[in-house]
Design a protein. Structure first.
Ligand SMILES: Cc1cc2nc3c(=O)[nH]c(=O)nc-3n(C[C@H](O)[C@H](O)[C@H](O)COP(=O)(O)O)c2cc1C
Length: 394
């Protein structure tokens, strides 16, 4: 397999990652809960949105930067929080941090990151947000929050859609656990993917075996258990966190408009609409369907971050037109890393950004912040010819 061949689509990256990664690692990334239909519904729902091109406008110069939660980003998207990224490629956390710095986009650092949260924000030159799981004990959570504050994180994301672990059939079938357990199945998997296994072994000799470093570095955490409940978070916990965290606070994993309204009333700075890429409640609605409803419920000014199912720059623009202020890439990033490490990730970010810029121009926009629901083809359906003629006459 030629890892240096450029990537031209996320699907291409996914196929290459599938070949290169041991089955259990690819399935951990690609897999979802239940019968995995929601993961694909997310993307299909994005595909089904139609946009309305506008013409005879000068769109030769376009600016893809945007501001979100008091920060400026070079692109309208960043990288979603993902635990144990370094299983896709040795040192993936640091590769992502370098890309975040280079492109001035936020990297969401998972509680279960493979490098300490302090190291990642330093490498990302400040372009990092910290994602918090209310895991294990209040002492551990407070310690993480204090460390994030001390490391100058400005944005904290509390993930709330993992009150209990979901059932993911592929992980069960593969016996995938963290820390890993070694039986004949797992050993065979590694032996039949020598490229990944050798690269991991070499990297581990100098950097140690990838493990969730925020747990390893804690005075309060017990051993990281991947399938543990993160159920310490309830409304009272959120209230307490709002008091404790002085920076911008975002709640991730919101789908219900009523929940969004309550979160807004608690002084939270942003709502992150997401169904965890279909990895939690498989029966939940496609995240893009929830986005429009949440925007209608919370009004125009509440910052909304969006992920789940984004596989292209076209999807990014569709999410912005549907009410998002900013978008995050989940598996797209992991497929890029799995396909070709730093080069693979860079290709994915390039092609997503370039396509977003092109679609923006085809819609008649030269800047990100002017994209709104008027770019949705459905928002033009109510216009009768008479209304159009009247608006021309005015
Ligand atoms: C391998 C993997 C690990 C993840 N780990 C976390 C995590 O630690 N914290 C979190 O809030 N979300 C986590 N997520 C969910 C992502 O942040 C994001 O919501 C999801 O991937 C978006 O869907 P998409 O992959 O279809 O784009 C993870 C997702 C993947 C694929």
């Amino acid at each position: 397999m030629n890892l240096s061949r450029p990537l031209f689509s996320v699907e291409e990256a996914r196929k290459r990652a599938r070949k290169r990664l041991p089955r259990m690692i690819f399935d951990f990334i690609d897999g979802a809960s239940g019968d995995e239909t929601l993961r694909d519904f997310n993307t299909e729902a994005m595909d089904n949105i139609r946009l309305m091109p506008r013409i005879l406008l000068d769109v030769s110069e376009r600016d893809t930067s945007t501001s979100v939660l008091g920060t400026t980003a070079g692109l309208p998207f960043g990288m979603a929080p993902m635990g144990m990224c370094s299983l896709a490629w040795p040192g993936a956390d640091m590769i992502m941090a370098r890309e975040a710095a280079r492109r001035r986009i936020p990297l969401c650092v998972s509680t279960a990151s493979s490098s300490p949260l302090e190291t990642i924000i330093e490498r990302a030159e400040g372009h990092a947000w910290f994602q918090l799981y209310a895991d294990q004990s209040i002492e551990f959570v407070d310690e993480l929050v204090d460390k994030a504050m001390a490391a100058d994180y400005e944005v904290l994301i509390l993930t709330v859609d993992v009150p209990i672990p979901s059932v993911r059939a592929r992980d069960l079938r593969n016996g995938f656990k963290v820390p890993m357990t070694w039986g004949p199945r797992q050993i065979w998997d590694l032996a039949t993917h020598p490229g990944w296994s050798l690269a991991m072994m070499m990297h581990s000799l100098s950097h140690g075996i990838p493990r969730p470093m925020n747990y390893a570095a804690s005075n309060h955490a017990t051993r990281f258990v991947r399938n543990a409940s993160r159920g310490l978070a309830d409304w009272a916990f959120l209230d307490r966190l709002r008091d404790r965290w002085k920076g911008k606070l975002v709640v991730k994993g919101v789908l219900c408009p009523e929940d969004a309204v309550r979160i807004k009333s608690m002084g939270v700075d942003g709502i992150y609409v997401s169904n965890h890429g279909g990895r939690q409640l498989n029966a939940a609605p496609p995240a893009i369907d929830a986005l429009g409803k949440i925007r209608a419920a919370v009004g125009d000014t509440m910052p909304l971050i969006f992920d789940s199912g984004i596989r292209s720059g076209e999807h990014v623009i569709k999410a912005l037109a549907s009410g998002a202020d900013f978008v995050m890439l989940g598996r797209s990033v992991m497929y890029g890393l799995g396909a070709g490490g730093a080069t693979g990730l860079s290709d994915i970010l390039d092609l997503t950004g370039n396509e977003a810029s092109a679609i923006m121009g085809l819609l008649g926009h030269t800047d990100i912040e002017s994209i709104d629901r008027n770019s949705l083809a459905s928002s033009h359906e109510h216009l009768s010819l008479r209304t159009v003629n009247r608006s021309i006459a005015e």
